[in-house]
Design a protein around this ligand. Structure first.
Ligand code: FES
Length: 159
């Protein structure tokens, strides 16, 4: 007998993947923030044909990234936190900032630098029009982890 839809899905899905929603709904909304596995608020974004997932609260001070604009800096797509405008790459969760090359030079010249990975990025999978997230369970601490406590989750996020 032919396999059912659900059994064929489970073959393709990575382990510990969590259903987020139908792709068409996420594409329409552009973004959705959801509590995953009862323990983590994850923001799923659809931008320029790609799905991305990261911790919902900004690593800097817990800002509401679901209300941030997406812009390109130094060739990298970033979400710009609406609270203090920190820039976070969608691909790696790196914090980007503009460094001044030489403070004595006029006019000042700046270039983009990375502070390293600050925001926890999660894996997104699409199977049969459904979107799933697999939590990034790397044991290395990432700054955005700080805002994934029950206390923070109980506070609703505003722009
Ligand atoms: Fe300050 Fe995001 S909370 S920039």
């Amino acid at each position: 007998s032919s396999p059912s839809l659900s059994s064929s899905s489970s073959i393709l899905l990575p382990p510990a993947s969590h259903f987020i929603g139908k792709k068409e709904d996420i594409v329409k909304a552009g973004r959705v923030s959801k509590l995953v596995n009862g323990c983590r608020d994850v923001l799923v974004l659809f931008h320029q044909g790609q799905l991305h997932a990261m911790d919902t609260r900004c690593y800097h001070s817990g800002g509401a990234l679901q209300y941030g604009d997406i812009e390109e800096f130094n060739g990298q797509l970033c979400i710009v936190c609406p609270w203090h405008k920190y820039k976070i790459t969608l691909a790696e969760g790196e914090g980007l900032y503009q460094a001044v090359e030489d403070p004595t030079a006029k006019p000042l010249r700046t270039h983009w630098r990375s502070k390293g990975v600050k925001q926890r990025i999660h894996k997104v999978t699409e199977v049969n029009g459904e979107v799933y997230v697999t939590l990034n369970d790397s044991i290395e601490a990432i700054e955005s982890d700080v805002y994934q406590t029950e206390t923070y989750r109980s506070v609703s996020l505003k722009a």
